[in-house]
Design a protein. Structure first.
Length: 109
């Protein structure tokens, strides 16, 4: 997929001698990727809450919306563990699942 190709390209680029020469201060590219994963996870969760608005409506409607939010979060966690974690780790050595899960924990708390 394009996503995989992009990550692999970044992984190859960060290991190139030319990249290290031209961008000597960018040796820690995985930290930038980690920051992007954290920010993306937070924004995704906030948009999910905004989409379903679980605090509006009757109690029954609120519970239905909360179940929808939980289902979406569970599905995303599974995708993160089964698909994205392998992809991120093999391409750029970033543990996508742990980062996104910890960020989600902070959001829920």
């Amino acid at each position: 997929t394009r996503y995989e190709l992009m990550l692999r390209g970044i992984g190859y680029m960060q290991n190139m001698r030319a990249f290290k020469t031209v961008c000597p201060l960018r040796n820690e590219l995985h930290l930038d990727i980690t920051t992007a994963v954290k920010k993306g996870s937070s924004e995704w969760y906030e948009s999910l809450i905004a989409q379903y608005k679980p605090e509006e409506g009757s109690l029954e409607e609120q519970l239905k919306k909360m179940v929808q939010v939980i289902d979406a979060v569970c599905a995303d966690i599974q995708r993160g563990q089964n698909i994205y974690n392998k992809l991120f780790y093999s391409a750029v050595k970033v543990d996508y699942f742990s980062i996104s899960y910890r960020q989600l924990e902070k959001q829920v708390a």
